[in-house]
Design a binder for this molecule. Structure first.
Ligand code: ASP
Length: 371
């Protein structure tokens, strides 16, 4: 599955063209950042398909992506690894756990930073999963493209170049996993895809980007705290966790089926500050006795309320009946966190404590990075 295809960089070119000159070699090797680009597919890797379905499909590997960006030679020594080749909606937790292990091994072997290229559809989830899984303070940057290589002004190369700049920078250390697109630097824990096709689709509605790229410079003007640890995660896929969005006039018929369908956890996207119709409260309370049930807001921005409303189905009512607050996490991210916690050997009764410790770390003031 994994193939390491190309190393591009000043040192490599020198050795190939001029033979080994020890002094140059040592100087270049010790000063140039060593960056690995792992590609997973998506629009950034897509080109015309020969299949009868038409359209574009992911076909370009990591080596193709970096070979198209000669400017990388001035930034870092870049190693290309094609890790997966798929639309991002096909990625699984098993893929991400394997990728996180590969990234940790790259860091152990001396890499200074990692860039992951993939489809933009699920970046808000995959990047947050890597944020939780990779414990190093070295930068992991996820990127993609909104325009594929067959249309005018594709954005993939600029996004990869910007991401390598960020991954190679001192400024990006200790910020967890970052997402870089359209010259903006976002924390994985806050970012959302907000538009189907616009280049400026990625936003962090609760707090804005951490920084930006300008000319060749990396600017980081805000820092985030290290995330609390979810513990060692098993290989393979995560236990099933349902994501249910409340809507007007909803009843509880889906909720009542979840346990018998084999779900082991549920995330409920309530209205506004964290509210559901009164008629579904009894079902949620029953479910919360059997499995972790997390409450978030379908608004996609802001923190869940805690102590404002007192009507049946309000946030006060639901939290007092055993639901767990997602704090500032939206539905897809709360589901990623719960899925990874349930992929550890934590006792089910302690899952709430681990979940709450990660939520608390997001709003902590202590931005001292992990060693
Ligand atoms: N539209 C998607 C993208 O931006 C396809 C995917 O997520 O794989 O890459």
């Amino acid at each position: 599955m994994t193939s390491s295809s190309l190393v591009i960089g000043h040192f490599t070119v020198l050795s190939l063209n001029l033979g080994h000159r020890e002094g140059d070699t040592l100087t270049d090797q010790t000063t140039r950042p060593q960056i690995i680009v792992y590609s997973l597919g998506g629009t950034i890797a897509s080109t015309k398909s020969t299949a009868s379905t038409g359209g574009v499909t992911p076909q370009l590997g990591a080596a193709d992506l970096i070979a198209a960006i000669p400017e990388l030679r001035d930034v870092a020594d870049v190693t290309a690894v094609t890790f997966r080749q798929m639309p991002s909606g096909d990625l699984t937790f098993a893929d991400l756990v394997e990728l996180a292990r590969a990234i940790e091994q790259s860091f152990d072997a001396g890499s200074d930073g990692v860039v992951v290229t993939q489809g933009t559809d699920t970046i808000e989830e995959t990047a947050f999963a890597l944020d939780l899984l990779v414990r190093s303070s070295r930068p992991v940057v996820v990127t993609g493209a909104m325009r594929n290589s067959t249309v005018a002004s594709p954005d993939g190369s600029a996004n990869v170049l910007g991401s390598v700049r960020v991954a190679a920078s001192r400024e990006a250390k200790g910020l967890g996993t970052l997402v870089v697109l359209n010259d903006e630097i976002h924390a994985a824990r806050f970012i959302r895809k907000t538009h189907t096709s616009n280049l400026a689709t990625f936003h962090s509605p609760s707090c804005g980007p951490l920084g930006w790229l300008i000319e060749e410079r990396v600017r980081v003007v805000m820092r985030v705290a290290p995330l609390a640890d979810v513990g060692p995660v098993f290989e393979g896929d995560a236990p099933p966790v349902a994501l249910i969005k409340c809507s007007l006039g909803d009843d509880a018929r889906v909720l009542d089926q979840l346990a018998s369908l084999g779900y082991e956890g549920v995330v409920v996207e309530g209205f506004g500050g964290g509210h559901v119709p009164a008629r579904v409260v009894a079902s949620l309370e029953k479910l919360a006795v059997r499995m972790p049930v997390v409450l978030t807001s379908r608004t996609g921005s802001g923190e869940l309320l805690n102590e404002t409303y007192g009507f049946p189905g309000s946030e006060r009512d639901l939290l007092s009946r055993g639901l767990i607050s997602a704090g500032v996490l939206d539905g897809p991210k709360a589901r990623v966190l719960l899925s990874l916690i349930l992929s550890t050997d934590v006792e089910r009764t302690r899952a709430r404590t681990v979940f709450e410790s990660v939520i608390a770390s997001i709003t902590s003031h202590d931005t001292t990075p992990h060693p």
